[in-house]
Design a protein around this ligand. Structure first.
Ligand code: SF4
Length: 367
């Protein structure tokens, strides 16, 4: 049951969201136990592989170049440093790595080749690999799938009605197209939203309705609370109450019984009791590590302590789907061949210069 047919209209979902809190949590917990192991919570790591300088204008995002925030634009990380971070994340218990690049869209260039190589490398480590790289076309999705990409994240953020109050540089349809491209390539979809951006409760329901209306809803639905960052248009938004996160998590759990609901940004604004109710209500993933792209997140030891107190265990990779097989990438192979050829020629040229028998041409300089 991918969509709960009892709650597949705006009215029924709204009534569900507004139920007395403990009844809502109980209903969500019951459904959660039917479809998932309630003691398992996945630890995922989110790594910003290309930070800042983004051309988009998402009103919540400190990485948009147009806002005056502390985030400095950086180049794409190297493949080696990403793999090193992935190994560290795995050692610390993460079974999924989400790599985020502050791009409007994927471009077919050297940077994308490098991302393909990162995906191959992380998949080879036995971790679920997720990417969030902005808009992408069908060919790019195919290439990522063959590299071993497990999931593609592309959040709808909010309802179609409220979307224009948040972003103006691309529209809702663009987002739906990218999700569809991931789907066509056979990549599992991760897509969710942010609450606390000044939206009405109806917009939270509207977001969920967008997923109800899809042929296949996302396998993974992250629920974020806005972390208001100075310098962004949303800097003055008041933090939401944790009860609202619990309601949103529980409603999502009930509406999409088989999806993984991820308790994502905003955990620093919640206490352990609030997070415990989210786990009770069906959240089965958190992001581990003290940074979520560029905003703060509870540190690793704090989360381990919470797992101990609540009796939770980290979920293994590929519990919700098979590990993709990495196939050779012809573009990457050709690029490496050319690079090796150039390096070889350079080595030979250097060796010649050092060779005593090599006689450089005599050059006569006119007076
Ligand atoms: S959310 Fe993504 S697309 Fe939007 S401004 Fe930030 S980095 Fe760019």
């Amino acid at each position: 049951m991918k969509v709960n047919l009892q709650y597949n209209t705006k009215e029924s979902l709204l009534a569900l969201y507004n139920k007395p809190l403990l009844e809502l949590v109980f209903e969500a917990a019951t459904i959660h136990r039917e479809f998932h192991d309630s003691r398992e919570v996945q630890m995922a790591s989110l790594l910003s592989i290309k930070t800042g300088g983004c051309a988009e204008d998402c009103g919540y995002c400190p990485q948009a170049a147009r806002y005056h925030t502390d985030v400095e634009a950086q180049k794409l990380m190297t493949v080696e440093s990403v793999l090193e971070q992935a190994r560290n994340a795995k050692e610390n218990g993460s079974s999924r790595l989400c790599m985020g690049a502050a791009w409007r869209e994927v471009r077919d260039n050297r940077d994308f080749d490098n991302v393909v190589e990162m995906v191959q490398g992380v998949n080879d480590l036995g971790m679920e690999v997720c990417c969030t790289l902005g808009m992408m076309n069908e060919n790019q999705a195919e290439r990522l799938k063959k590299a071993g990409l497990f999931a593609y994240n592309h959040n709808l953020d909010t309802s179609k009605d409220y979307y224009d109050d948040v972003i103006s540089t691309r529209d809702y349809e663009d987002r739906l197209d990218t999700i569809e491209n991931a789907r066509k390539a056979g990549i599992s979809v991760c897509s969710g939203g942010i609450i606390g951006m000044g939206e009405a409760i109806e917009d939270r329901i509207g977001l969920l309705m967008s997923y109800v209306e899809m042929k296949t809803p996302p396998e993974s639905i992250p629920i974020n609370a806005l972390v208001a960052v100075e310098g962004t248009p949303m800097e003055d938004q008041k933090p939401i109450e944790q009860w609202e996160m619990i309601r949103m998590v529980a409603t999502t759990r009930i509406a999409f019984p088989m999806s993984v609901v991820r308790l994502s940004a905003g955990r620093t604004m919640m206490n352990m009791e609030g997070q415990a109710l989210c786990f009770m209500a069906g959240a089965s993933s958190i992001f581990a590590g003290d940074k979520l792209l560029t905003t703060p997140n509870p540190d690793y030891n704090e989360d381990m302590e919470m797992f101990k107190i609540l009796g939770l265990t980290p979920k293994a990779a590929f519990s919700d789907g098979e590990q993709p097989v990495t196939e050779p990438d012809p573009i990457l192979i050709e690029r490496k061949r050319k690079e090796a050829e150039r390096a070889q020629k350079l080595t030979e040229a250097r060796a010649k210069i050092k060779d005593d028998s090599f006689q450089p041409r005599k050059v006569t300089v006119a007076e």
